[in-house]
Design a protein around this ligand. Structure first.
Ligand SMILES: [Zn+2]
Length: 135
């Protein structure tokens, strides 16, 4: 991966099951998905890092009625995961029943596995991290 990480590069990496982020050269804070400036100190000098994709669930939402452009069917879960490296990112989750999701999910260990999404079903502009329960 180069020194530049835009949204396009971020999504292309996701298709290869890689989670990319930006590490601030000033304060070391890791930002993912990529932004123009460090979320911690506002500096714009950063380097591209590949993140572990491991973390824990901070919160989740059950979506019963998908947005019109969504290909899947409701209900499904959207999770916010705090990554080992620090950033919080949103994604989808496999292995948890949206109908039975309870607050027990919060704090559960997850890892990213975008191999679960067949690439032909997910054009790059649509792709989001797919998490699986487990350490
Ligand atoms: Zn910074």
């Amino acid at each position: 991966m180069g020194e530049q990480l835009g949204v396009k590069e971020y999504r292309l990496a996701l298709r290869e099951n890689k989670l990319a982020g930006l590490k601030c050269k000033t304060c070391g804070f890791v930002t993912a998905p990529p932004r123009l400036a460090c979320r911690n100190c506002g500096a714009t000098d950063s380097e591209v890092v590949v993140l572990s994709g491991k973390g824990k669930i901070v919160t989740f939402t059950t979506v019963f009625i998908p947005p019109e452009n969504h290909r899947g069917q409701g209900p499904y879960l959207v999770v916010v995961v705090e990554l080992e490296e620090g950033p919080w990112i949103m994604g989808n989750i496999q292995g948890a029943d949206p109908e039975k999701a309870t607050l027990d999910l919060i704090g559960k260990a997850v890892y990213m596995n975008n191999d679960l999404i067949p690439n032909d079903r997910k054009p790059p502009e649509d792709i989001a991290p797919m998490f699986v329960l487990g350490g």
